[in-house]
Design a protein around this ligand. Sequence first.
Ligand SMILES: [Zn+2]
Length: 253
Amino acid sequence: MDDNAQLEEMTWPEARDRFADGAVPIVPLGTLEQHGLHLPLGSDAIVPHELAKRLADEANVIVMPPVYYGFVPATRDWPGGITISHDVVERTFREITDGLIHHGADRILLLTGHPEHEGIIKEVARKVADDEPDVELMTMGYWSSPILDVIQETAEHFGGHAHEPETSIMLALRPELVHMDRAVAEESTGRWDGEVVTDHEELLYEPVENTLEHEHETTGTGGDPFGASAEKGEAMVDAWVDRMAGFLDDWTA
Ligand SMILES: [Zn+2]
């Protein structure tokens, strides 16, 4: 819609005009954590940032700079992993949101690339709803319901971390950062599977363990990335951009 939707590249009058025009800020919220042998540490920030940039071609949005520092206690011992405390992360997301509201935004999309942030952004949204009743927040992980059907139809293996869908999406968005020649398949760590819980023990709280010590995760990969392709990733990315552009149209109408 506009050549320059990225806030950090705007002048202040450009930013003023975009806020005045009702553009929806998208805040990409990621992490620095291991993503197997073949994906970069910043994958969880890179994907939502690139998705937001693509969505900017189809919808009136402001692409905020991604937050690379997040809550990753289970992977902090892997080289390059940095974790920030839960309360500091929540406070950071909240203060970014407050800054956007201060500039006139009344609809904001908090878009995470990291499952552990889903609860935090919902908590931020709950508190904003209490304090700012005229502001609406949309919170989501990019893999969630808008494209879960496309992911399930497209991917052969979709459980885990640094797995096939995440790898496909990275191949579509930033292929130069994906090292398929180094990829390995490991046991799935279970995310994105949508499996039915059949044992109460699956519901019991377990203290966070350092996954570097898990035998089945010696490479940090969870699942099988070998079915990944840029073509599959494009199908997921296109569906995401297309459906989200429709959602934003409806939301801002
Ligand atoms: Zn990830």
